[in-house]
Design a protein around this ligand. Structure first.
Ligand SMILES: Cc1cc2nc3c(=O)[nH]c(=O)nc-3n(C[C@H](O)[C@H](O)[C@H](O)COP(=O)(O)OP(=O)(O)OC[C@H]3O[C@@H](n4cnc5c(N)ncnc54)[C@H](O)[C@@H]3O)c2cc1C
Length: 151
């Protein structure tokens, strides 16, 4: 499940039903789980007050790859085959694109995958460092708070 905010949180029970697995975006910069865990714990108890006082056993963090056209891409560059750009939802997609890429390398594909594109979206002002993320993230958080205030 996830909530309907722009800066959303997502959560589910563990398969054995004994734990809440809770995720979200604590900050829009690289931080250590020791920093993100208390923030996410607060987001969790905001949504599930009955979990106040419940301790966390594990916290981790990771990167998600967003592309400028919000689409995943597969392709080849100087003989290097790639598939990337999960936009936060890659468990199924990257497995599929991995399979498509393997077929392409093995010349066993019987159709061209629509994510296999020549062009890779780029922007002259962007050199790989997402310096604007805290600004954009802050703006989306503000919009979420205003929506809640005006609701
Ligand atoms: C906190 C978080 C929550 C997420 N939640 C969801 C979700 O709910 N649903 C969803 O669909 N997606 C979710 N995602 C996104 C999803 O995890 C990714 O899209 C997916 O894992 C990408 O798969 P991948 O195979 O492209 O890359 P990865 O899973 O990152 O695999 C890359 C592999 O390459 C290895 N590697 C790196 N460098 C080298 C090297 N030089 N030599 C050899 N091996 C190397 C790494 O060790 C790694 O095992 C989430 C991501 C994060 C971080």
């Amino acid at each position: 499940m996830s909530d309907t905010r722009r800066v959303l949180c997502y959560y589910r029970m563990s398969p054995d039903g004994s734990r809440m697995v809770f995720g979200g975006r604590a900050r829009f910069t690289q931080i250590d789980p020791t920093v993100s865990a208390p923030i996410l714990h607060r987001y969790m108890t905001d949504r599930f007050p009955q979990l106040r006082g419940v301790k966390l056993t594990h916290a981790w963090t990771g990167n998600v790859a967003f592309t400028l056209d919000a689409l995943p891409h597969m392709g080849e560059c100087d003989g290097l085959h790639y598939c990337l750009g999960c936009n936060g939802s890659g468990v199924a997609m990257m497995t599929y694109l991995g399979c498509q890429t393997a077929r392409k390398i093995a010349r066993a594909a019987n159709y061209a995958c629509s994510f296999d594109t020549e062009a890779f979206p780029d922007h002259p002002l962007y050199s790989g460092n997402p310096w604007f993320l805290p600004v954009v993230g802050g703006y989306y958080r503000l919009r979420d708070s205003l929506d809640r205030l005006l609701a």
